[in-house]
Design a protein around this ligand. Structure first.
Ligand SMILES: Cc1cc2nc3c(=O)[nH]c(=O)nc-3n(C[C@H](O)[C@H](O)[C@H](O)COP(=O)(O)OP(=O)(O)OC[C@H]3O[C@@H](n4cnc5c(N)ncnc54)[C@H](O)[C@@H]3O)c2cc1C
Length: 389
């Protein structure tokens, strides 16, 4: 395994750093997290700036409008943008990191031409309508049904925990197109316009006070057959592509953010005297080692993906992503528990800048597959242990 960077990669890093240094001071202030329409506008303006500078869809294949960069260049991009304090992908998370890449791989030429450019330019926002009240970890038990009516599906059912639904234009939607088939075989992957008649979005307020996700109610929503990505009833296979992008690449930049938070925490502890507590110091030191190891693991996953997929741009870390997701989401929760110890009783103040992050860290071991599900994947697919049931 070679984790050193080539001359081209270092040159890529240098150009990106220069661009970030010139661009970031000109950005407007970021709206608060509960102002979703303003937040969407901010995230999309940042995406447009990336597009104009040639950094949009860096790791997407060139024939899908991306830059065809190697996974290593993508990693450098994530590291440098986070180190520079650049905006996070935000409302464009689903479009850029898993719906878009899925369409790039599985979509027809028309579908790629229709949906990919507006994602790259920050003009259309996507959300993910996979989970249902009785289908989360056991996603294949989903019940939202789609019945053919000439050139369209008529879709009825409900979805839950749909992030960014309030501000999305499109939804990557899983529906059951054959109720009589074995449950993994009767599913299809559709692109649903969020303004279609029959779509109702009911925002859900999180523990941290924001409405970052919502319930969706679908009442005889008409979706053209041409909006189906992949063959009818082959949606489970398409979904595995989506999930491997989601788990494989979506969170890696955040490890850099955690390392920055940890450094701030150590500074605060030195200022307020908590640094004298040897137990706390050891805890911060262990977390530092943990995030360092997670960053190395990311490099290892990316390096492995690059070697096994010489095409470069679309390579995703495979099941190694589950090891990362499991440890990263737990370490992130531990980070904010340590933060609460450093800042003391103020940690209970809803207005403290770290409170919202601490509360939202609780969701990390659930979103994108719970820790138990990641453990099952690691046990079965990496360690080769027998299935539990
Ligand atoms: C912040 C956040 C954002 C989200 N965004 C989206 C989104 O945009 N779109 C979307 O579709 N979904 C989204 N989700 C939903 C998320 O994917 C599900 O919550 C998750 O898959 C778990 O499903 P569930 O909530 O139905 O829990 P359940 O599946 O009911 O699980 C309950 C508990 O049982 C455990 N469990 C279940 N099955 C097993 C098993 N086989 N072995 C061991 N343990 C098991 C689980 O680990 C968990 O602890 C989001 C969730 C969160 C928290």
């Amino acid at each position: 395994m070679d984790l050193t960077f080539t001359k081209e990669e270092e040159e890529f890093r240098r150009r990106l750093r220069t661009w970030l240094r010139e661009t970031l001071p000109k950005l407007p202030a970021k709206p608060p997290p509960d102002q979703w329409p303003a937040r969407r506008a901010y995230d999309c303006a940042w995406q447009r700036a990336l597009y104009d500078a040639g950094y949009a869809g860096l790791h997407w294949p060139t024939d899908a409008g991306g830059q065809g960069a190697t996974p290593t260049q993508h990693l450098i991009f994530l590291e440098e943008t986070e180190l520079a304090g650049a905006p996070y992908v935000g409302a464009n998370f689903v479009g850029l990191l898993h719906a878009g890449p899925t369409i790039a791989v599985e979509g027809t030429a028309e579908q790629r031409a229709r949906w990919l450019p507006p994602i790259l330019r920050g003009e259309e926002v996507w959300c993910q309508g996979f989970s249902e009240p009785d289908a989360g970890s056991d996603l294949a038990s989903l019940r939202t049904r789609a019945v053919r009516d000439s050139d369209a599906y008529i879709v009825t059912g409900s979805k839950i925990w749909t992030s960014h639904a309030e501000v999305a234009d499109w939804c990557e939607l899983l529906v059951r197109t054959d109720a009589s088939a074995p449950r993994h075989r009767g599913i299809s992957w559709l692109a649903m316009p969020m303004d279609a008649p029959g779509v109702t979005v009911r925002p859900l307020r999180t523990l941290a006070g924001s409405t970052e996700f919502a319930e969706l109610f679908l009442d005889e929503v008409r979706i053209p057959l041409s909006h189906r990505v992949g063959a009818e009833n082959d949606g489970w296979r398409v979904t595995m592509v989506t999930l491997s992008y989601e788990r494989g690449t979506a969170f890696v930049g955040e490890v850099v953010a955690c390392r920055r938070t940890l450094a701030r925490l150590a500074r605060t502890a030195k200022e307020n005297g908590r640094w004298d507590d040897a137990v706390l110091r050891r805890r911060l030191g262990r977390l530092n080692a943990e995030f360092g190891a997670l960053w190395r693991l990311t490099q290892w996953n990316v390096s492995a993906a690059e070697r096994t997929s010489p095409g470069g741009g679309s390579a995703v870390p495979g099941v190694g992503g589950s090891v990362f997701k499991l440890r990263y989401s737990e370490a992130r929760q531990e980070l904010y528990e340590a933060a609460a110890e450093v800042i003391g009783p103020e940690a209970l103040d809803a207005g403290h800048p770290w409170t919202a992050d601490r509360l939202s860290a609780l969701s990390y071991t659930i979103a994108a597959g719970t820790s138990q599900i990641q453990q099952n994947i690691i046990a079965e697919r990496i360690l080769g242990l027998p299935k539990g049931r």
